[in-house]
Design a protein around this ligand. Structure first.
Ligand SMILES: [Ca+2]
Ligand SMILES: [Ca+2]
Ligand SMILES: [Ca+2]
Length: 243
């Protein structure tokens, strides 16, 4: 009997921990910026799972029509296409084939956005009608050094930034294995996103926005196991309770 009581006490502690975890998951529903990336991106199929509600953006601007969509205001650079020659670097799939490049070999295709001064950065601001996007991202396709991605909210407030290094391959010849998606979800609305790199020019593509998908971080597998154990114990206790 004594041993059994001890076991119950231990299980009660486990149950308490599981419920505390569940509570913590609940509080994460409050609006906080969630950064996505950098993740490899060769076509729109590489948009991270859960980034958009329903899986698709409201706008995905490949820039292949030679201009930035009217719902976006771009500063720091401009759209470049065939006339720019061999150093333009578009998302790989924009020429219809994932083959490690999207550049000068494909006439009339493979447009991107280029800013010769990467350290001064490039900003895309939502200028459309209607509600601000709650998921906003782009694909960095070329540059040197470290990369910084940041965003602002509805009131112009900073939503934070991430800086990463070790991604740039040092080639300016439209190679795509280095290309990375950067994005941000923020339930209260995102006004603009900015990206810069520490030296040389910067090139981006697939500027995109929509409404955010997944609204809370997915618990780690151990947390799921613990919660399942807690719920299982609850069920057992209900069954075991004398009537
Ligand atoms: Ca290609
Ligand atoms: Ca493109
Ligand atoms: Ca590249």
């Amino acid at each position: 009997m004594k041993i059994k009581q001890k076991t119950h006490a231990r299980e009660a502690i486990r149950l308490g921990a599981a419920l505390a975890l569940a509570g913590a998951a609940g509080t994460s529903l409050a609006a906080e910026p969630v950064f996505f990336g950098p993740t490899a991106y060769l076509s729109a199929a590489d948009i991270p799972t859960g980034f958009y509600l329903g899986g698709s953006p409201q706008l995905l601007d490949t820039l292949e029509d030679g201009s930035l969509d009217a719902s976006l205001l771009g500063s720091g650079g401009s759209v470049i296409s065939a006339s720019f020659g061999g150093i333009r670097d578009s998302v790989d799939g924009d020429d219809g084939v994932i083959d490690g490049t999207c550049g000068p070999q494909t006439a009339g295709r493979c447009a991107s956005w280029f800013n010769g001064a990467g350290s001064s950065g490039t900003t895309f601001t939502f200028a459309g009608s209607g509600a601000l996007p709650t998921a906003f991202g782009l694909v960095w396709t070329d540059g040197f050094g470290s990369i910084t991605f940041s965003a602002t909210g509805a009131g112009g407030q900073s939503l934070g930034s991430i800086t990463v290094s070790g991604i740039a391959d040092g080639s300016a010849n439209a190679t795509t294995a280095e290309d990375r998606f950067f994005g941000l979800q923020f339930a209260d609305g995102i006004h603009s996103i900015s990206i810069s790199n520490s030296s040389g020019g910067i090139e981006v593509d697939h500027i995109q926005y929509g409404q955010m998908g997944q609204t809370a971080p997915v618990p780690e597998p151990e947390s799921w196991a613990l919660m399942a154990a807690g719920l299982g114990l609850l069920a057992w206790r209900r069954r075991a309770k004398p009537h």
